[in-house]
Design a protein around this ligand. Structure first.
Ligand SMILES: C[S@@+](CC[C@H](N)C(=O)[O-])C[C@H]1O[C@@H](n2cnc3c(N)ncnc32)[C@H](O)[C@@H]1O
Length: 277
């Protein structure tokens, strides 16, 4: 049966737009009215509410508001991702950055690598980072590697933690990686323990004023996330990333995003790859 959805007046749309912006930083353009109806109507039905005004009041005043905000957030986020998405980022790591780090470690540099996948969705991005790291460092000894993967959508994080993907989603994974780093389970593939052990998943809202991580990162991936934010939210977040990067650390963003307006903080290296100034 096709879900007809509830009516959403302009006034209600504005209230939800403001609430979503406040909770997630996501800027819902006027074109997103249909998306809100499509994604939230089911919640109204589950909660037995008559209209979006009642839902808004529930989110603001009910004793279950905190729980329902989580449901709202999980419904309005866009989680599209892929293994080896924007492959040139992983080629850069394997062919340029990781060999440089390995060379530096051989002349006394640190053997420590810290990566943050911010807005990691269902895990394809951090698991790709883990596989690429395992390959690049396979001949090395004594390296301490950790990948932090964060998202504010608790449902998608739950999926990411399982590390289980249907066959059609592992399409972009090279055959030798599939054999080496996955366990086949019927028509699904599960990321193996070696890959999982490198990645720690945590819930984190990028809108939080400060982040709890104490130590800086060599690499931050924040791809296809800031695209949903307005200019001020983007720049505030990028200033925080700048603070959480090591000197000369690398920042990777999505294909339609740019840091060209922040030249005093990020030096352009290659398409969507920047280095902390
Ligand atoms: C389109 S996915 C991108 C996934 C991956 N980085 C990639 O490029 O394939 C965007 C992710 O950002 C997350 N996100 C959106 N707003 C966020 C916020 N305020 N804090 C943390 N994560 C957020 C969403 O939940 C979603 O999983």
């Amino acid at each position: 049966m096709i879900d007809q959805g509830f009516d959403l007046s302009e006034k209600e749309f504005l209230l939800f737009k403001q609430l979503i912006y406040h909770e997630t930083g996501i800027n819902m353009s006027d074109k997103k009215k249909k998306l809100i109806v499509a994604r939230l109507s089911k919640r109204l039905r589950v909660l037995d509410l008559k209209n979006f005004t009642e839902y808004y009041e529930y989110l603001k005043d009910s004793p279950y508001a905190d729980n329902e905000i989580v449901n709202l957030i999980n419904r309005v986020t866009t989680n599209k991702t892929d293994f080896f998405r924007e492959k040139h980022h992983f080629d850069f790591l394997q062919n340029e950055l990781f060999p440089q780090m390995i060379a530096r470690s051989r002349s006394g540099g640190p053997k420590k690598l810290r990566i943050w996948s911010a807005g990691c969705s269902s895990g394809e991005e951090p698991y790709t980072l883990a596989m690429v790291t395992l390959e690049s460092f396979k001949a090395e000894r004594g390296w301490d590697v950790k990948i932090l993967a964060t998202d504010l959508d608790t449902e998608i994080l739950g999926k990411a933690i399982t590390g289980i993907y249907p066959t059609q989603l592992v399409g972009p994974v090279p055959r030798e990686y599939l054999v080496k780093y996955f366990i086949r389970k019927g028509d699904q593939y599960e990321v193996n323990g070696t890959v999982k052990s490198l990645v720690a998943f945590r819930k984190l809202n990028l809108m939080d004023e400060t982040f709890p991580m104490k130590n800086p990162f060599d690499i931050i991936f924040c791809r296809n996330v800031i695209i949903y934010f307005d200019a001020i939210t983007k720049d505030t977040l990028l200033t925080k990333y700048h603070r959480h990067l090591k000197d000369n650390g690398h920042m990777f963003i999505g294909h339609s995003e740019s840091l060209m307006h922040m030249k005093e903080k990020f030096r352009y290296l290659k398409h969507t790859i920047y280095q902390k100034v």
